[in-house]
Design a protein around this ligand. Structure first.
Ligand SMILES: Nc1ncnc2c1ncn2[C@@H]1O[C@H](COP(=O)(O)OP(=O)(O)OP(=O)(O)O)[C@@H](O)[C@H]1O
Ligand SMILES: [Mg+2]
Length: 369
């Protein structure tokens, strides 16, 4: 055997609009990861602006508290950026030799994407070939982020005395999760009757229901091909419950609590108007989000050469809304699964941890891989 001095422990950090997630992760021999500890704390108000972190001092303070209170000791860290203000596109280039691809991509970006190459970092992944009218074209997934945004995240890690290992995007986080096999658990009655099934085959959508944003990811045979951020999230429900129900002179001090309690109800109880009114508000906001998701799905199939989406996976804190899954299935007419009903063999949790919080952790888990 060999003695390795390499420390296999590191941190991953996801600063959401509402909640900050910090994970301590152990890299295992076979590229699998084990979550050893984690903490979830509140993001101080108005700390993310146009995708960058402002009011760094307060964010840093909260991360320090999470590190301290959850016995997190690693010194190297990966962090995920807010999805807002990250530009992703599929572009098509001619079938040029491998060593010319980069220059081709760059000139294509300069002419067709609304960005200045001087102050953006650009990354690209090669996808498959596409035959459009007989001409063979290579499809490329391009990501562009302002350097100043990346720097705001590096600053946070430096201030925490952590060694920055990576600053990653939510899209790449999902992409990395799908490097694993993703199996549907047999706790789902639909699966139990059909035997073990993979989730990750075919064209699937992964929807992250966050607090201020909903992120739409589309993957084809495990490769990410589409990512878009919708600027409506679960907190829009809170705001409306507060405004509309308070206006009705019904006393609602804790709109978020009512949202969580009632969710979307399937059958009206005429003796409980509060339940019905809250549910109608939730439905209204979700309908608005669905409209935007549909625009994304249509864009993907008509403009990106994508296939029809056949399955949906929902994650993010807002995906816990009661009956959201059933509501989405009713509208999209395709099966919808929640993140806690899939198994990802490369991702393990230490025994003492509450895996029911996985809803919140997808981004921080993906960048760990
Ligand atoms: N049971 C529940 N029902 C509905 N919503 C819930 C439930 N539990 C938590 N939420 C909502 O989940 C949201 C937080 O989720 P999450 O941590 O994924 O958001 P975030 O990452 O901070 O936001 P963003 O991704 O937009 O930056 C809050 O708006 C919260 O009200
Ligand atoms: Mg989030």
């Amino acid at each position: 055997m060999a003695f390795s001095f390499f420390n296999n422990y590191f941190l991953t950090i996801d600063i959401g609009f509402k909640l900050i997630k910090v994970l301590q992760v152990r890299k295992k021999e076979d590229d699998a990861i084990e979550v050893v500890n984690f903490g979830i704390g509140n993001t101080p108000k108005d700390c993310i602006k146009n995708g960058a972190i402002r009011n760094k001092a307060r964010v840093i303070e909260e991360i320090k508290r999470l590190i301290r209170e959850n016995d997190i000791t690693a010194k190297e860290a990966k962090i995920v950026m807010s999805g807002t203000n990250i530009i992703t596109r599929i572009i098509m280039i001619d079938d040029v030799p491998e060593d010319e691809v980069e220059n081709r991509v760059k000139s294509e970006i300069e002419s067709f994407m609304p960005i200045d190459m001087k102050d953006h970092s650009v990354d690209f992944k090669m996808l498959d070939y596409n035959r459009n009218g007989g001409v063979k074209k290579r499809r490329i997934f391009v990501t562009a982020v302002k350097k100043s945004i990346i720097n705001s995240y590096v600053d946070i890690l430096n201030s925490l005395n952590l060694k920055p290992v990576a600053v990653d995007t939510p899209a790449n986080s999902i992409a990395k999760l799908f490097n694993n096999e993703i199996w549907l658990k047999d706790t789902d009655t639909r699966i139990r009757s059909q035997g073990n099934q993979r989730f990750d085959t075919g064209t699937v959508a992964v929807l992250d229901f966050g607090s201020e944003t909903t992120i739409v990811n589309i993957l084809k045979n495990k490769v990410i091909e589409f990512n878009r951020v919708i600027l409506i999230g679960s907190s829009n429900i809170d705001k409306e419950i507060f405004e509309k129900i308070v206006a009705d002179k019904l006393k609602v001090d804790f709109p978020e609590m009512y949202k969580k309690k009632y969710g979307i109800i399937l059958k009206r109880d005429y003796n409980n108007d509060l339940e019905w009114n809250c549910s109608e508000i939730s439905k209204g906001v979700i309908d608005e989000i669905i409209k935007n998701i549909n625009t994304c799905f249509n864009f993907y199939t008509t403009r990106c050469g994508g296939d029809k989406i056949t399955k949906i996976l929902i994650t993010g804190g807002g995906s816990q809304l009661i009956h959201l899954k059933d509501y989405l299935e009713g509208i999209f007419k395709i099966p919808c699964y929640s993140i806690n009903s899939v198994d990802i063999p490369g991702v393990e949790f230490s025994e003492n941890l509450d895996i029911n919080r996985i809803y919140y952790l997808t981004n921080a888990l993906g960048i760990a891989l």
